[in-house]
Design a protein around this ligand. Structure first.
Ligand code: SAJ
Length: 420
């Protein structure tokens, strides 16, 4: 493949920046990955990944070896700057844009006429206009004419990042038409999905709304679960049957919403418009309350002492990502001073918890299924029933419903079901 003429600098070599850099390199560009973290860059330059994502290791190694990708802790000149830094929330749920500001200030030092700056990080509406553009203006360059700027939010799902980077549709919101078109043309080098052009504020709101839509729907499912438990109904059955309606898509209840996106992004809207976002705010409160809901169920099942085996601790199935995991929050609650639980953890995706499952559940008074990893579909229930001290199961994800719901050897409780 011919090396494409543009040099791309990806700013922030994390969950999105590293795969983005590798995919740009793989599609023929010269790519530099800029990050202030020396460990991240030193690993990158040795062809190693600091995040776990299927197939990323091979791709990064290949691109480092063939010289299309390299890391640096010092910002360099490039033709395109793609900002993929974290945009967390503060303790009081306000958008923390310090990494975006830092990235823009670094770029300001090397930017030249003709360059393109793309913000990929999820950001509150106005971040491009009010935060990035003013910093770039300090160079004296005419932003919009000498330098082009756009927001093009990443929408890839952990576990399938490389596939979705290529296949997903993309939104590009430029500060003007020329900026949008430049980003569109760049992405056309590897994106197979459709690319839609809009303005930067709309693009920012689209990304926030996508994740908020999901958060609000998950909160609705969680509320349904709580209602069904007190009404003697199984929310999972309600979900399955209601979803037979062609215009209904009830999400899955669970122990809470984890990850660094859905549990964070709705707060950016609440922060901007606190008086107009009551529903969004309430959804966050409901989803954040789920670990405590599960904690109370544990107390109802076994009291305040006993040996508990937790299966699955990541924020969702089949990934090794622990960020904002609701099961970690549950573990914190189970470890609090006024209870005496002995906790064992199993997770095939987390090295320190990747143990023999039957040893983890041995002598347990309760097994909590926290995440429905596909491995848990293939456990030997005879062995589990044999080794547990008491066969209490609390399934927060309907992972074992089809296998042991009616098995008399187990005392099975399903989050969201009031049937038993
Ligand atoms: N969850 C439920 N019930 C459901 C669906 C999810 O409890 O019905 C929970 C999961 O267990 C997990 C959390 O929600 O704890 C989030 O998982 P997810 O798979 O819904 O989403 P993420 O956070 O992995 O990725 C999302 C995606 N956004 C949308 O699907 C709208 C992804 O496309 C985004 O790129 C990503 O956020 C991001 O980076 O913003």
């Amino acid at each position: 493949m011919v090396i494409k003429s543009k040099k791309i600098c990806v700013v922030g070599i994390g969950y999105i920046g590293l795969p983005t850099a590798a995919v740009f390199a793989n599609s023929g560009f010269e790519v530099i990955g800029f990050d202030l973290d020396e460990h991240v860059i030193s690993e990158l330059n040795q062809g190693r990944c600091t995040i776990s994502e299927p197939h990323l290791d091979e791709l990064v190694k290949k691109e480092i070896e063939r010289g299309r990708l390299r890391g640096t802790t010092t910002i360099e000149q490039a033709d395109v700057f793609s900002i993929a830094v974290p945009t967390p929330i503060t303790a009081d749920k306000k958008a923390d844009l310090r990494y975006v500001i830092k990235a823009a200030n670094s770029i300001k030092n090397v930017i030249k006429k003709g360059d393109l700056v793309i913000l990929e990080s999820t950001s509150p509406p106005g971040t491009v206009d009010e935060c990035i553009v003013p910093i770039l203006k300090e160079t004296g360059l005419n932003i919009g004419e000498d330098v082009y700027v756009a927001h093009s939010p990443e929408r890839v799902i952990p576990g399938k990042i490389l596939k979705e980077l290529v296949e997903n549709n993309r939104i590009v919101g430029g500060i003007n038409q020329k900026s949008s078109e430049m980003v569109r043309d760049l992405f056309m080098s590897f994106v197979k999905g459709d690319i839609f052009i809009t303005d930067s504020r709309t693009a920012e709101m689209c990304k926030l709304m996508e994740n908020t839509y999901r958060d609000v729907n998950i909160a609705l499912a969680n509320e349904l679960a709580m209602i069904c438990e007190s009404q003697g109904i199984d929310a999972w059955e309600v979900r399955e049957l209601s979803n037979q309606h062609q215009r209904v898509n009830i999400h899955m209840p669970g122990p809470g919403v984890g990850g660094h996106c859905i549990a964070v992004d709705p707060w950016f809207i609440c922060d901007k418009e606190p008086d107009k976002s009551a529903l969004i705010h309430q959804a966050r409160i409901i989803n954040d309350s789920m670990p405590e809901f599960v904690f109370n169920k544990v107390k109802n099942m076994i009291g305040t002492r006993g040996r508990i085996a937790i299966l699955g601790v990541t924020y969702k199935p089949d990934v090794g990502d622990l960020r904002e995991s609701p099961i970690l929050k549950l573990i914190d609650m189970l470890s609090q001073a006024d209870t005496e639980y002995e906790i064992e953890i199993h997770d095939p995706y987390v090295e320190k918890y990747n143990k023999e499952i039957y040893e983890v559940v041995e002598n347990a008074n309760l097994v909590i299924v926290g995440v429905d990893h596909k491995q848990y579909q293939y456990v030997n229930f005879d062995r589990i029933a044999d080794v547990m001290a008491q066969t209490n199961i609390l399934d927060t994800r309907a992972c074992w419903k089809d296998f042991i719901e009616k098995d008399p050897r187990f005392h099975y409780k399903l989050l969201g079901s009031g049937k038993y």
